[in-house]
Design a protein around this ligand. Structure first.
Ligand SMILES: Nc1ncnc2c1ncn2[C@@H]1O[C@H](COP(=O)(O)OP(=O)(O)OP(=O)(O)O)[C@@H](O)[C@H]1O
Length: 239
């Protein structure tokens, strides 16, 4: 499998506090890597380092073999992000919001791509409404649509299904799986939801107090920690 992202000995210190300490992992092409960890484990800090929003104190990040953030703009053409806490401008309509990003990403056929994504996420009927009228679940779907505009090779998702009702969360999961299986998109997904991570991820990274406590396929983790399920493993690690 081809390596698409390599994180080596990444550490981040806020004042005297290490939010990340010596984090290393590889992301392969087309895989879904789930990041599990309790509140304050460093999941968002890790995603922010991967987006170049937080500068690491130590360590290095390589996307597609290119050092980051040195090649930030080149890399970010092929990486995108969605989370339940970053909203889009509320006074714009859904269509206008996507159009702004489509122009930022310099899409060749923005209208076509926007229509495709609005339909895919069940937002077509709402395209002329202001974004402020959306429920949190619809807002998350709009953020995911925005994140797919540039057909990223890597998708970074921080708690993407938080706030979605179970049916839409399930549809979102199957969409992410088809992106990884059919389009070879690599996905990093953080979640507190153990069963979600268990179902969707090819490999799981367990973060605790900024450090990697476990990394592997579900089968590898269960075997090495002699656990019955990810939930069992989670409690064995005293997370
Ligand atoms: N800008 C900052 N300045 C100081 N401390 C910070 C800053 N950002 C994060 N931290 C601290 O770093 C630690 C990790 O935070 P982070 O938000 O990455 O955790 P998380 O795993 O995403 O948590 P949650 O599941 O609650 O979202 C926390 O103790 C947090 O208080």
């Amino acid at each position: 499998m081809d390596t698409i992202l390599e994180v080596k000995n990444l550490s981040k210190k806020f004042g005297a506090f290490w939010a990340l300490k010596d984090v290393s992992f590889t992301l392969y092409e087309g895989e879904i890597l789930g990041i599990l960890g309790p509140n304050g484990a460093g999941k968002t800090t890790l995603i922010n380092c991967l987006l170049g929003l937080v500068l690491p104190t130590e360590g290095r990040i390589n996307y597609f073999g290119l050092p980051f953030p040195k090649y930030r703009s080149k890399v970010l053409e092929k990486v995108n992000f969605a989370s339940n806490y970053v909203g889009l401008p509320l006074s714009l309509t859904l269509e206008e919001n996507l159009l702004v990003y489509a122009h930022l990403y310099r899409l060749k056929n923005p209208k076509e791509k926007i229509s495709e994504l609005l339909k895919l996420f069940g937002l077509w009927e709402k395209r002329k409404l202001r974004t402020r009228t959306l429920s949190s679940g619809q807002m998350m779907r709009l953020c995911l649509a925005k994140a797919l505009l540039n057909e990223p090779r890597i998708l970074l998702l921080d708690e993407p299904t938080a706030g979605l009702d179970p049916e839409i969360a399930r549809d979102t999961r199957s969409l992410l799986q088809s992106l990884s299986h059919e389009k070879n998109t690599s996905i990093i997904i953080t979640s507190h939801n153990l069963s979600e991570i268990e179902r969707i991820s090819d490999r799981v990274l367990v973060l605790q107090k900024g450090q990697v406590k476990a990394l592997g396929t579900k089968e590898e983790l269960l075997k090495s920690f002699e656990a019955k399920s990810l939930e069992d493993l989670y409690f064995r690690l005293n997370l």
